[in-house]
Design a binder for this molecule. Structure first.
Ligand SMILES: [Zn+2]
Length: 380
C-alpha cells in the first residue's frame, strides 16, 4: 500500500496505539521492531486530548512523533462498546463518555471531521458493529444503518479530504518520504466496513454496495466478537471474494497468530489487535513454540532467551529467568520488554507470511509454523 507516510508491505499487522501510544512501547522502539503502520482510536483521542488539540499540534503523526503510516478507526466500535446511555438514531449516536459522563453526539460527518483533524493515512467509515449473536431482523436493521452511514461518511470525506492537517494550502504534502511516480494517494484514504453478522447474503450485499460506492479499501467488521474461529473463517470464505483484488482488505480486531494465518490464506491484507500488547502486560509470551505464561515456575532458573531466533531487545540480551523475576516483582520493565518481544514476534510472523506468499509456499509454511507451535517448548 502506497500511503502518504509509508509504503506498507502487506499482509500487515498494525499494533494498536489507542491513546496515541502503543502501550509500553516508545515510538523509536516501535520503529526498531519493524512496525510500518499503527492504529489510533478516534473515540479515545476525541475525548482526550480532543481532536482540535491534536489538529493544533499538527496532527496525530506530529503530536506523537510517528513518521510512518497510521490508521484511525471511526470511533463507532468504542461508542457502542464503552460509552454509557447510548441513543442510536438514523442521524447518529448520542452517548455519555465513559470517563466523566459528559454527553456527546457522533454522526458519520462528525467522525470524518475528527479523523481529518487527526490526519491518519487511512480513515474508517462510521459504522455500527453488529453484536454476536444477532438475529436476522437485528442484523438487517444494523446493516441498513451501516450502509446509510457509509454513504454519508464517503460523501463528507470526499468533500473535505484536502483539509488534512499535513497538506499545505497548495495541496502539496508536507511529509517527507515516499512521494513519487505511482504514488496516487496524496492525501488520506477512506475504507468502508462490511457488516451483516454471520448471514451470507447480508455480507455479500454489504460488500457489493460498498464496492459500488468505490472506497479506497474495505474492512470486514463485526468479527472476533464471540462467534469463534470457524464461524469467522466461514464469513471470510464468502466475503473476501466479493471484494476487489486490487484494494486492501482489513479484518478488524483480529487476532491470534493462528487467526492471522487462516485469514491471510483467505485473502486478508491487514489486521489490528490489542492481543500482543495486552498479552505483554499480562505475562503471556507469543513465540515460535507457542504461547508461554512467563510467570510459570519452570522459567525461574531458565537461562535461555525467550525465543532463540528472535532479534528483539529482550531475546538478544536477557534470560527467561530474568523476565520471570521482573514479573514476579511487578517491575514495570517486565511488561515493557515482553510487549516489545510480542510485537517483534507478530512483525516477524507477518514477514514470514509475505515471504512465503512471494515464494508460492504459503500452505506449506503455515503447516510448518503450526507444527512448531504444537511441538511446544524444548525442555530446559
Ligand atoms: Zn524476542
Amino acid at each position: 500500500m502506497r500511503l502518504p507516510h509509508r509504503t506498507v508491505q502487506t499482509p500487515v499487522f498494525m499494533p494498536v496505539g489507542t491513546l496515541g501510544t502503543v502501550k509500553a512501547v516508545p515510538q523509536d522502539v516501535l520503529e526498531t521492531l519493524g512496525a510500518e503502520i499503527i492504529l489510533g482510536n478516534t473515540y479515545h483521542l476525541y475525548l482526550r486530548p480532543g481532536h482540535e488539540a491534536v489538529r493544533r499540534m499538527g496532527g496525530l503523526h506530529k503530536f506523537i512523533s510517528w513518521p510512518r503510516a497510521m490508521l484511525t478507526d471511526s470511533g463507532g466500535f468504542q461508542v457502542f462498546s464503552l460509552s454509557q446511555l447510548r441513543k442510536v438514531s438514523d442521524e447518529g449516536v448520542r452517548f455519555r463518555s465513559h470517563l466523566d459522563g459528559s454527553s456527546h453526539f457522533f454522526t458519520p460527518e462528525h467522525s470524518m471531521d475528527v479523523q481529518i483533524a487527526l490526519g491518519a493515512d487511512i480513515a474508517m467509515a462510521f459504522d455500527e458493529c453488529t453484536e454476536y449473536p444477532a438475529d436476522r431482523n437485528r442484523a438487517e436493521e444494523s446493516l441498513r444503518l451501516t450502509m446509510a452511514w457509509a454513504r454519508r461518511s464517503l460523501d463528507h470525506f470526499r468533500a473535505h479530504r484536502d483539509e488534512v492537517v499535513w497538506r499545505d494550502n497548495l495541496g502539496v504534502p508536507q511529509v517527507p518520504g515516499t512521494w513519487g511516480p505511482g504514488n496516487e494517494s496524496p492525501t488520506q484514504s477512506l475504507f468502508g466496513i462490511v457488516q451483516g453478522g454471520t448471514y451470507r447474503d447480508l455480507r455479500r450485499e454489504s460488500a457489493e454496495r460498498l464496492v459500488e460506492m468505490d472506497f479506497d479499501g474495505y474492512a470486514i467488521g463485526g468479527l472476533a466478537v464471540g462467534e469463534g474461529q470457524a464461524a469467522m473463517f466461514a464469513v471470510l470464505d464468502y466475503t473476501a471474494p466479493a471484494l476487489p483484488a486490487g484494494r486492501p482488505r482489513y479484518l478488524m480486531g483480529v487476532g491470534t497468530p493462528d487467526d492471522l494465518l487462516g485469514a491471510v490464506a483467505r485473502g486478508v491484507d491487514m489486521f489490528d489487535c490489542v492481543m500482543p500488547t495486552r498479552a505483554g502486560r499480562t505475562a503471556r509470551a507469543y513465540t515460535s513454540r507457542g504461547v508461554f505464561n512467563i510467570r510459570n515456575a519452570r522459567f525461574a532458573a531458565d537461562p535461555r532467551p525467550l525465543d532463540p531466533g528472535c532479534a528483539c531487545p529482550l531475546c538478544t540480551r536477557h534470560a527467561r529467568a530474568y523476565l520471570h523475576h521482573l514479573f514476579r516483582c511487578e517491575e514495570m520493565l517486565g511488561p515493557m520488554l515482553l510487549t516489545w518481544h510480542n510485537i517483534q514476534y507478530y512483525q516477524d510472523f507477518m514477514r514470514g507470511l509475505r515471504d512465503a506468499i512471494l515464494q508460492g509456499r504459503l500452505a506449506a509454511h503455515g503447516a510448518a509454523v503450526r507444527a512448531r507451535w504444537a511441538e511446544g517448548d524444548d525442555p530446559p
